[in-house]
Design a protein around this ligand. Structure first.
Ligand SMILES: [Zn+2]
Length: 90
């Protein structure tokens, strides 16, 4: 037995939408958010690594470019995590 996260009514396993309040049940949306935030996290660590090593490796983009990309990804990562938790709370 599963319960609706929003109104706490009982649902069968086959039901993907709550009959009481219409909230989507299951982890499909949250899983998608987790997937996106995971990708962004990986990109963030890659760009952070590129930023650290850019002064030593000439093939990499300049330090300032990596810094901007890292900051942008950090912002996206936080936004993605926020929206993922919002989806789960609903
Ligand atoms: Zn409900």
């Amino acid at each position: 037995m599963e319960r609706c996260l929003d109104c706490n009514s009982l649902l069968t396993k086959e039901e993907t939408v709550c009959v009481e309040c219409g909230t989507k049940v299951g982890v499909a949306d949250a899983g998608m958010g987790d997937f996106v935030s995971m990708i962004v996290s990986i990109l963030f660590y890659l760009s952070a690594a590129a930023m650290v090593s850019s002064p030593f490796v000439s093939k990499l983009p300049s330090f300032s470019v990596c810094f901007i990309v890292t900051c942008a990804l950090l912002f996206v990562m936080r936004t993605a995590k926020d929206s993922a938790t919002k989806v789960r709370r609903r």
